[in-house]
Design a protein around this ligand. Structure first.
Ligand SMILES: [Zn+2]
Length: 379
């Protein structure tokens, strides 16, 4: 083996007739087609694509599949660089786009036009506008693509990226940003270029990725860039999806608001029920208090004030008051406690309208002895 590479790595790309030719060719796998091509042309390693420019041998023998071969001893940066397919295919697509553009009435086209430290792949000039088409086959970040777009826009208002693969980061970034992205396909066998569009559809959070497209003649160049029935369909699907997602998030927000309102209503009802219960307890204690006028003489307080404080404090203090006043009344009614000692305490208690006072000073009073002690100290 003098060639030094395996059949899988054989060079199958060349340019026709001269080293600086811009007509790429891929060796046909069919031997007869290869031999027909061979009689009509010479084959060169492309200088425009970074190759050595030497004439290549077109091997169309009976054993190996047809391929191009550098002459022995030639040093070439492009051969075996791993990007041969990319570069020749890129050139083929550029040519196909140019041929399509110049066939449109009023249009001209230039390839590799320098713009602001960069070079656009395809620059189309129409009757009153320019449009740039970028053919992307190799990996490129979304940031790099955006940067190049803004530079090319200084020349052409419309800049469209045509991605050959969905694994390119710039493609993914564009899809994430606007839900659709243009695609390009090239078939060597039929020398056919197609443009399509990948787009997000469906109404699930995780989008369904679809693609439609067709021959170049399905497409138009407009001041806004590439346009076609395919693209309009894709944009409609994206808009429908966004509308569905928007409606769903509205529904979800409305449902959440409804649940929050329900919760607030339940909490308010619980608070009202607690207040009603407090009030009923307080009324119960007040009724008890009124009952304590029996069996004592007219020095017993005729009136007990309405307690002041929060509902919770009032309920607590009313209970304390009913209990404390209860055993004071019992002592006086039964003459267990000297009237001269007892009635001033009853009078003093009947002047305490602060619920807080009752809670702070009378909550630990267990009997009349405790009560007399508090009265001595506070009264
Ligand atoms: Zn070469």
């Amino acid at each position: 083996m003098s060639s030094g590479f395996s059949p899988a790595e054989r060079d199958i790309y060349a340019v026709l007739d001269s080293a600086d030719s811009d007509v790429p060719v891929c060796a046909p796998a069919d031997r007869n087609a290869a031999r027909r091509l061979k009689t009509a042309h010479t084959f060169h390693c492309s200088t425009a694509l970074g190759g050595c420019g030497t004439e290549l041998t077109f091997a169309t023998g009976d054993i190996n599949i047809p391929h191009f071969r550098h002459r022995a001893g030639v040093r070439c940066a492009l051969m075996g660089s791993g990007s041969i397919t990319d570069r020749y295919t890129h050139l083929a697509i550029q040519n196909a786009l140019r041929d399509w553009i110049i066939a449109m009435p009023g249009f001209t086209c230039q390839l590799e036009v320098s713009v602001e430290d960069g070079r656009t792949d395809v620059l189309a000039t129409g009757p009153d506008f320019e449009a740039a088409l970028e053919v992307q086959r190799s990996q490129l970040s979304g940031t790099a693509a955006r940067d190049r777009t803004s530079r090319y826009r200084t020349r052409a208002p419309a800049v469209d990226w045509l991605f050959e693969s969905t694994s390119i980061d710039a493609f993914k970034a564009e899809m994430a940003e606007r839900g659709w992205s243009l695609r390009v396909w090239w078939g060597w066998a039929k020398q056919e270029c197609r443009i399509g569009v990948s787009y997000q559809s469906g109404d699930e959070t995780e989008p369904e990725e679809r693609a439609i497209g067709g021959a170049l003649d399905d497409w138009l160049l407009t001041p806004g860039g590439l346009d076609s029935e395919h693209l309009r369909k894709a944009k409609q699907a994206v808009a429908d999806r966004q509308e569905a997602l928007r409606r769903r998030s509205e529904d979800e927000a409305a449902e959440a608001a409804e649940q929050a309102a329900d919760k607030r209503a339940r909490e308010a009802a619980a608070r009202r029920a607690a207040l009603a219960e407090d009030l009923a307890r307080v009324r119960h204690y007040e009724a008890q208090l009124q009952g304590y006028s029996v069996g004592v003489d007219n020095r017993w307080p005729a009136k007990w004030p309405v307690l002041q404080g929060t509902p919770k404090q009032v309920r607590w203090a009313a209970g304390l008051r009913a209990k404390v006043v209860g055993f004071l009344h019992e002592e006086l009614a039964n003459n267990w406690l000297n009237a001269e000692r007892g009635y001033p305490v009853a009078q003093w208690l009947s002047e305490q309208e602060s619920a807080k006072f009752w809670i702070e000073h009378l909550k630990n009073v267990r009997d009349v002895i405790d009560l007399l002690r508090v009265h001595e100290y506070r009264g």
